[in-house]
Design a protein around this ligand. Sequence first.
Ligand code: SF4
Length: 390
Amino acid sequence: MPRTYEAPPSENTGCKQGLYIHIPFCKQRCIYCDFYSTTCGEAEKAAFAEALCAELVSRKEEAEGRQLTTIYLGGGTPSQLSGEALTRIFSTIHSAYTIDPDAEITIEANPDDISKDFIAVLQSTGVNRVSLGIQTFNEDLLKILHRRHNASQARNAVLTLHEAGFVNLSIDLIYGLPGQSLDTWRHDIDTALRLPIKHLSAYALTYEDGTQLTRLRDIGKLKEAGEETYRSSFYLLKELAEAAGFEHYEISNFARSGWRSRHNSSYWDGSPYIGCGPGAHSFDAKRTRRENRADLCAYLNTPGAPAFREEHLSQNESRNEFVFTALRTNVGVNLELLSRQFGAAALSELLNAATPYLRLKELEERDGHLRLTPAGLFLSDMIMRDLMTV
Ligand code: SF4
């Protein structure tokens, strides 16, 4: 049986260690997506599993004797890997790293990949959380987005996993889709909330450079939703999810009590994580970020030693990250911790910059934390820009 979790993530990052694995394969490309992935065949996937295992082994020292508290297979589409490849990857993780017995182990999956065989692989590898990329339950919109599944496959995927004993289920939705009315969005939210899920992530559609979505908009084939549509979609989601008992714990994330994503929470509380696979990011919880080169061919040619670039954060960059990541969550910025880590001047600078938003009640200072109010959540990008120090 999958394990269950009750405790919310704490602000103490001392004993956490995440492992992220980027699986760079998709069966077909969705028109809005700019994540690194390819549509290669089985031979490349098998070679990738080998190269990934080599990288996992070569980087095990980075965990420095800590147990892995979260493991997350994202992509791309991890459910596009064969059962053998997934089994090989997990057995390498188990032999190279020590895994906390209560670790959260997540795999992202597409609804149409959920089969008896796939579920059997998940059960045998210790996966205890599945995150399904559903995006919408509207058939027309699914086709426009070039998603592989239909609405009933999406619902059935959740129900099948639940019947198989997976309790910790999450789904992703997108709002602000071209032609999506508020009623259509309400139907998506209602459908999601009737399913046996513990977690819901919902993102505003973004028009990224180089995507087909952006090209279609630029030649007038699609109409981008206006700001008011994004705003009302966001607040409708918040209202309905909270009424159904979900906690709005991060700008784009909702969870039933005790079921926050521990892995994603570690991105927001500054915990260390090792990222393996092409394009994967790592952070040492001090000042160093690493990004593997997003190039599958190069990755396959250098097993265990992928090319990467490192960024050493300055004091200012580090302070900005501390503020922005914490501000995304409903915990907010721990002001005492900020002062301890970055000095009293950093604290007064932050509170000065925050003053106009505190007056407008878009930020609040309470219990030693600075956080976005409901009114400020939708304006988070602008507010964070204004709180940045250069
Ligand atoms: S949204 Fe997911 S399935 Fe679609 S192309 Fe991007 S990574 Fe692949």
